[in-house]
Design a protein around this ligand. Structure first.
Ligand code: HPA
Length: 242
């Protein structure tokens, strides 16, 4: 069953007929909220708002381990994470939809593995290609069906937040090869891999990253892009289920 992890601005999936709500409790603590199981476009789907519903957990407080565990428990066989991001590559302008193919993790202090020698025995998993190739292709095809342009590939740099970055930090990330910056892509992607659930990210660019343009980043500009951009994201999700 496909599971959608909704990001900023996507705490509800309109049109979703709810069948049931799973409990939020897991052996790793509480998920952001109980996984919602429902029917969208005639297909069963699981939905989990990453930041809670309506409670707004900041990116560094999300219990990613519990979220992914809860999705597995609810029967997720593939996951698409929706993420609002800043564009580091100047071509990735606000409104662009991107399916990244790589990640650099700049977060600190997040519980980012099940194989920590406590919950599960220590293990070093392969993460050379962090996103599932087939899930990425399925997303790109769904976008084509929905008539939405989608950029194939990009490096998602995940920062700790909740503050936005400095211009120098973004310049360094650009030198590192990052094309996008967000705060929630990790450890979500690696935990899905540890649970062997195919995972892909659908990123919506909501602002030029710090210093990419001369102006400061405002929540007003982000919210304006989120509103129209998420409508297009939802179109792609409906096509994904069709
Ligand atoms: N930086 C980090 N996270 C973000 C941004 C950004 O510019 N925009 C949306 N999420």
């Amino acid at each position: 069953m496909l599971a959608i992890i909704g990001g900023t601005g996507l705490a509800e999936m309109e049109g979703l007929e709810i069948i049931r709500r799973h409990g939020a409790e897991t052996p790793l603590g509480a998920a952001s909220c109980g996984v919602i199981e429902g029917v969208l476009n005639g297909h069963e789907v699981l939905f989990l708002p990453r930041h809670g519903q309506p409670h707004k957990l900041p990116p560094h407080r999300v219990n990613y381990r519990a979220n992914l565990w809860a999705l597995k428990q609810a029967g997720a066989s593939r996951i698409v994470g929706i993420n609002a991001v800043g564009g580091i590559d100047p071509e990735l302008v606000p409104g662009a939809l991107v399916v990244p193919d790589q990640v650099i993790d700049y977060t600190i202090g997040r519980e980012s593995t099940y194989f920590d020698g406590r919950f599960k025995p220590l293990a070093h998993i392969d993460f050379s290609w962090p996103y599932d190739a087939e899930s990425r292709q399925t997303l790109l095809m769904a976008a084509q069906q929905a008539g939405e342009a989608m950029v194939d590939g990009g490096v998602y740099g995940c920062t700790q937040g909740p503050r936005l970055e400095t211009a120098a930090e973004i310049a360094r990330m650009a030198r590192d090869g990052c094309s996008l910056v967000g705060m929630t892509g990790m450890p979500e992607a690696v935990l899905a891999r540890e649970l062997e659930i195919p995972y892909a990210c659908l990123a919506l660019v909501v602002n030029p990253a710090a210093g990419v343009v001369d102006t400061e980043i405002t929540m007003a500009e982000i919210e304006a892009v989120l509103e129209s951009g998420l409508e297009r994201v939802k179109k792609v999700i409906r096509a994904l289920l069709g």
